[in-house]
Ligand binder design. Structure first.
Ligand code: AMP
Length: 123
C-alpha cells in the first residue's frame, strides 16, 4: 500500500536545506546524519533522498539505483564510524504506530558504541 507522503516532515525539510543537520555522508541518492537525540555513543540516521514513507515502500518502489546507493551508503557509514569490528552495531527501522515511527520519511537507525540490550522491550 502506498501511503501519502508529507512533504513537510522534518527529514524532507533537512533534505531541502531548511533545517541544519550534522552530515556524516552524502551520496547521489542518500544522506546520513547524526540523530539529534542519540540513544547510543554512535547513532546515525540514513535516509533516501526520495519521498518514501517507510521501509516497505522504499523496498517495493525505489529504483534499483536508489536501493543500491542507500545500502552502500549504510555500509560506508558503518565503516566510517568504526562499527564493522566484532562489537558490531544495530540497524533498525520503525514503521507506523506499532513501530512508533515519529518521522514519516524512511530512515535506518545505525546504533553502536555500547551493548544495546534486547531488540524489543517486554512492555
Ligand atoms: P523514528 O521514531 O524511527 O521515526 O525516529 C526518528 C528519529 O529522528 C528520532 O531518533 C529523533 O531523535 C530523530 N530526529 C528528529 N528530528 C531530528 C533532526 N532535526 N535531526 C536529527 N535527528 C532528528
Amino acid at each position: 500500500m502506498t501511503k501519502a507522503y508529507d512533504p513537510n516532515n522534518i527529514f524532507a525539510r533537512i533534505l531541502r536545506g531548511e533545517i541544519p543537520n550534522k552530515t556524516v555522508l552524502e551520496t547521489a541518492h542518500s544522506l546520513a546524519f547524526h540523530d539529534i537525540s542519540p540513544q547510543a555513543p554512535v547513532h546515525v540516521l540514513v535516509i533516501p533522498k526520495g519521498a518514501y514513507v517507510d521501509f516497505a515502500e522504499f523496498a517495493a518502489r525505489a529504483p534499483a539505483e536508489e536501493l543500491v546507493d542507500f545500502h552502500r551508503a549504510c555500509a560506508q557509514v558503518c565503516d566510517m564510524l568504526g562499527l564493522t569490528g566484532p562489537e558490531g552495531y544495530r540497524a533498525i527501522t520503525n514503521a507506523g504506530s506499532h513501530g512508533m515511527q515519529e518521522v514519516p520519511h524512511y530512515h535506518l537507525h545505525i546504533l553502536g558504541g555500547r551493548v544495546l540490550g534486547r531488540l524489543v522491550s517486554p512492555d
